[in-house]
Design a protein around this ligand. Structure first.
Ligand SMILES: Cc1cc2nc3c(=O)[nH]c(=O)nc-3n(C[C@H](O)[C@H](O)[C@H](O)COP(=O)(O)OP(=O)(O)OC[C@H]3O[C@@H](n4cnc5c(N)ncnc54)[C@H](O)[C@@H]3O)c2cc1C
Length: 455
């Protein structure tokens, strides 16, 4: 697909200095994933000229996520049914050791969906291109500087110029694999380039420091029901998170995540093959795809925007630490931040509304229940990081096996929309802890340590 030409009908918002012939845009977005593509589509719809640069050769070509969507995502975006592969009704959880039985919660209504991430991102890129966005793949952001005229000079390296679907002539364009460097100019730079954001690093904004490493194999030759997710918790094999076995369309995803550098993901996946033996036979499995990536778990970053002599730049999605610190659910926050930031940047650039981006930052946490959701996730992360042994995991799952704990989990995961989390969730936690005085005491001690550690 050829790169669409820049729409000459749109107003020119900048002027070229006579000696600079580089392409000009209102906004350059780094990263063609959930946050970047949402931003680009909405910004272009509002009248901005947008370039998206993506380092992968094809949008969605390298999938780093499991792709579970909470149903809340549909409040932000109408995802076509064809990208929703499995609808999930049940979660089955157990500790890898100890004699606690698995805890299973479920619901009649579907709450989670396993998405076809490649298909969905390609569709999002097509939508963005349809609104006039230029998507350039195989383009790796290098650096950006602000010039005296106020515009950002953005450089990216590329092996070839690809579009959202890649470039069939890529080899011909770059027969020896050499990299070229291109410079473009823009009024605003968006860093939607994920957990290890180079934009954040180059623009001296906050960067994620607490990170989970995740690895996942898509495997065939495994029989699994299409509506249940199976989780196993083990303090050594998946420190601070878990191993999972999940339906992925007609095949199966076997995955693990844990605090980076505290475990070996591939070793854990090999052992998980045996641990999930009670669920299904994985001895004949064949790996058809391997995924891996990082999940930010340190919470929302503070300094994600600047507009000064160094640059005019805003971070979104994972790059801004906008990810559920406990579950690693980051697609919902990425979509919300992309959508709202685009409206703010458009207001600032097109209407000349000063402070629109700062207002976006102030109000983001009120949108779609994002603030309470991230807060609840931060607190659960605090607990997960204290699961030092498999005995701790057994004890925690023991609470969720009790009627009150079961009801809490059921309500939190299957019945409470993200937008309603605050009032419900904290009240429910208080009730359950009240039924387990020893855990209540431990929770209070933990909370106290957290407060004093911050002071
Ligand atoms: C193993 C794993 C499983 C996960 N499972 C789920 C899940 O089931 N549900 C859920 O909600 N969340 C999940 N997450 C989290 C979720 O994937 C992220 O929160 C979400 O993808 C964030 O979107 P984003 O657009 O901010 O960044 P990303 O999706 O990380 O996209 C960043 C984009 O920027 C590009 N990029 C990076 N550097 C450059 C550069 N220098 N130049 C150009 N482009 C660049 C990347 O190639 C990528 O396309 C998971 C994460 C991992 C790692």
């Amino acid at each position: 697909m050829p790169t669409p030409p820049i729409d000459s009908e749109k107003p020119a918002l900048y002027s070229n200095p006579p000696d600079d012939t580089s392409e000009q845009y209102d906004v350059v977005v780094v990263g063609a994933s959930f946050a970047g593509l949402t931003f680009a589509s909405v910004a272009a719809t509002r009248g901005l000229r947008v370039l998206v640069v993506e380092r992968d050769p094809v949008v969605g070509g390298v999938v780093r996520t499991t792709g579970i969507l909470f149903s809340d995502v549909f409040d932000v975006m109408e995802v076509p049914q064809r990208f929703l592969m499995n609808s999930v009704r049940r979660l089955n959880m157990r500790a890898s050791e100890g004699d606690t039985k698995p805890v299973e919660i479920g619901a009649g209504a579907y709450r989670f969906y396993m998405a076809d991430v490649t298909g969905m991102l390609q569709w999002m890129a097509e939508q963005a291109e349809g609104h006039g966005v230029t998507v350039r793949c195989g383009a790796i952001f290098q650096d950006a500087t602000r010039q005296p005229d106020g515009l950002m000079r953005v450089t990216y390296a590329h092996a070839h110029a690809g579009t959202a679907k890649g470039d069939e002539d890529a080899d011909a364009a770059s027969p020896n694999g050499s990299m070229g460097v291109t410079t473009v100019r823009a009024r605003f730079l968006i860093g939607a380039d994920g957990t290890r954001s180079r934009v954040a690093q180059k623009m001296e904004l906050d960067q994620n420091t607490h990170v989970l490493a995740g690895a996942e194999w898509l495997v065939e030759n495994v029989a699994l029901d299409r509506e249940t997710f199976y989780l196993i918790f083990d303090a050594k094999l998946a420190p601070g998170y878990c191993m999972w076995l999940a339906p992925h369309n007609d095949i199966v995803a076997l995955g693990v995540a844990g605090r980076q550098r505290e475990f070996k993901p591939i070793e854990s996946l090999k052992i998980a093959q045996t641990l999930f033996g009670g669920v299904t036979d994985l001895s004949q499995m064949r790996i058809v795809e391997r995924k891996g990536g990082n999940i930010p778990i340190g919470g929302r970053l503070k300094r994600v925007y600047r507009d000064d002599e160094k640059g005019r730049v805003l971070l979104l999605g994972d790059a801004a630490g906008l990810c559920g610190a406990a579950t690693g659910g980051g697609i919902y926050p990425a979509l919300i931040s992309g959508k709202l930031a685009a409206q703010a940047v458009a207001s600032e650039l097109l209407n000349g509304t000063p402070g629109a981006v700062k207002a976006y930052q102030r109000h983001l946490m009120q949108a779609g229940g994002l603030g309470p959701y991230l807060r609840v996730e931060d607190w659960i992360r605090f607990v997960l990081d204290r699961m030092g042994s498999n005995a701790d995991w057994s004890a925690l799952l023991g609470i969720f096996a009790s009627p009150q704990g079961h009801a809490l989990l059921q309500s939190a995961l299957f019945e409470t929309p993200i937008i309603g989390m605050d009032s419900n969730f904290f009240g429910m936690v208080r009730n359950v802890l009240g039924q387990h005085p020893s855990v209540y005491g431990a929770a209070l001690r933990m909370a106290w340590r957290r407060i004093t550690a911050r002071a």
